[in-house]
Design a protein around this ligand. Structure first.
Ligand code: UDX
Length: 431
């Protein structure tokens, strides 16, 4: 039969989690306070680009396991388990704005009339579970019993459905044993190891993971600078490192650094959380510094190559912060384009999915329908996102339309030997 679940928040995490819970047989109601978005979802629209998501949403809506509502009270009434998946955006000082979670906790408190399990899925500072439990106790007049659980989500944009359907592990943070059986029942169809911890540890696991992954990326990027200075090849270095099982090859790709809606925000937040607890996590400050420096080093390479940027036409391939998403949040392409525009360059750009969102953030850019049109008359081409589509490019055709055969590859997508053979002046990162 499946469990009756309410998901509050239909952003990346909420919508994909709701759809995947329905896909494994649970009855899910997804709630959002943005009534336009709810109406759009009810009409069959999908507000984000995420491979495989539309299919799962449509199937489960048609088969009656997935619904959308604008009212928290609706979702709470019909569900045994309520997941909170609302944004936890950064404040100017890097700390986390918890006001959406707090508001939802208050609304849940005023809507419940019987025992519920309330699960936090958003990425939150350690000790949030205690705050949510306290808020619910305070605002529920009838003193109904609830259990608050922390179960952080580890999905990556671009492969969110796959990450959810085949997770490496599932974390359940609890204050008592009472909600454990129901939580295991919900997650059992995903056939992943389930670890049960206290709430604080579960909350910390999420921040610890994202920070460690960002640390791996900055480590590779710092190595790339030393490789360039010494004539070593960072790709070979990380390959040699990655075969050591204790290290692993994943998240060691040097490039333009990490962007997106999670790593930059979560690393700032973890630094701030540690600081508030009296612990200075300076290692993570260095991770941030290396990430910022990586773009500056790349821009220096552009300058060294072109000498004068003013009045040059530059073709940008890839705008999204990474492949398989239309997400432009903190995409390295933005900083690169802004900097080159400030110096008087003319920018033409193409991205397979992110151009609509990029148009809202960039002015004075000529958006083109394909990589070749983008590169017509270009004095240089800069690759910012490693979309698979760019691996299939006809490089001879590309060279023939460019004014100058100069390629600056921010993601090490092309083979340096092949580029040289084809007559390109080619620069990449750390090799
Ligand atoms: C991340 C975490 O991976 C996920 O578990 C968490 O739930 C949310 O944050 P996401 O931001 O969607 O997911 O993307 P991810 O694939 O992790 O990439 C993050 C950034 O790191 C991207 O900008 C990507 O280009 C960059 N990256 C990744 C590198 O520069 N090098 C790498 O080796 C890997």
């Amino acid at each position: 039969m499946g469990a009756h679940i309410c998901i509050i928040g239909t952003g990346y995490v909420g919508l994909v989690t709701g759809a995947c819970f329905a896909e494994v047989g649970h009855r899910v109601i997804c709630v959002d306070n943005d009534l336009n978005k709810v109406a759009f979802l009810q009409r069959g629209g999908i507000p984000i680009y995420e491979p495989g998501l539309d299919e799962i949403v449509h199937r489960n809506v048609t088969e009656g396991r997935l619904r959308f509502s604008g009212q928290i009270a609706d979702g709470v009434r019909e569900s045994e388990v309520i997941f909170i998946a609302v944004p936890t955006p950064p404040r100017p000082d890097g700390s986390v704005d918890m006001s959406y979670v707090e508001k939802v906790a208050r609304e849940i408190a005023t809507s419940i009339t019987e025992y519920k399990i309330i699960v936090d899925k958003s990425t939150v500072p350690v000790k949030t579970g205690e705050r949510v439990a306290e808020t619910i106790r305070r605002y529920n007049k009838d003193k109904i019993e609830v259990d608050v659980v922390s179960s952080p989500e580890f999905l990556r944009e671009g492969c969110a459905v796959q990450d959810l359907m085949q997770p490496d592990r599932i974390v359940i943070g609890v204050a008592s044993q009472r909600p454990v059986a129901k939580m295991k029942e919900i997650y059992e169809p995903f056939h992943a190891p389930i670890i049960v911890t206290d709430i604080n540890s579960a909350e910390m696991i999420k921040h610890a993971c994202n920070s460690f992954l960002a640390l791996k990326i900055s480590y590779a990027n710092a190595l790339s600078a030393i490789c360039e200075a010494s004539g070593a090849n960072v790709e070979d270095v990380v390959h040699g490192m990655g075969l050591d099982k204790r290290i692993g090859r994943a998240f060691l790709n040097a490039g333009l650094g990490y962007g997106g809606s999670c790593f930059p925000k979560d690393i700032s937040a973890f630094i701030q959380i540690a600081h508030e607890l009296g612990c200075e996590f300076d290692l993570l400050k260095e991770v941030q510094r290396i990430n910022a420096e990586q773009i500056q080093r790349f821009l220096k390479k552009v300058h060294d190559t072109l000498w004068i940027v003013k009045d040059k036409t530059i073709s940008i391939l890839g705008l999204a912060f990474k492949p398989n998403t239309d997400d432009m949040r903190l995409a390295p392409s933005l900083e690169i384009i802004h900097s080159l525009q400030q110096e008087g360059a003319r920018i033409k750009a193409y991205d397979p999915k992110a151009m609509d969102k990029a148009k809202e953030l960039l002015t004075g850019v000529e958006f083109c329908p394909d990589p070749y049109t983008t590169s017509v008359g270009a004095d240089a081409l800069i690759l910012c996102t490693e979309w698979d589509e760019f691996r299939q490019l006809d490089l001879e055709k590309l060279r023939s339309v460019m004014a100058q055969p100069i390629v600056l590859d921010g993601r090490n997508l092309f083979d340096p030997a092949k580029m040289k053979e084809l007559g390109f002046a080619y620069k990449s990162v750390g090799r």
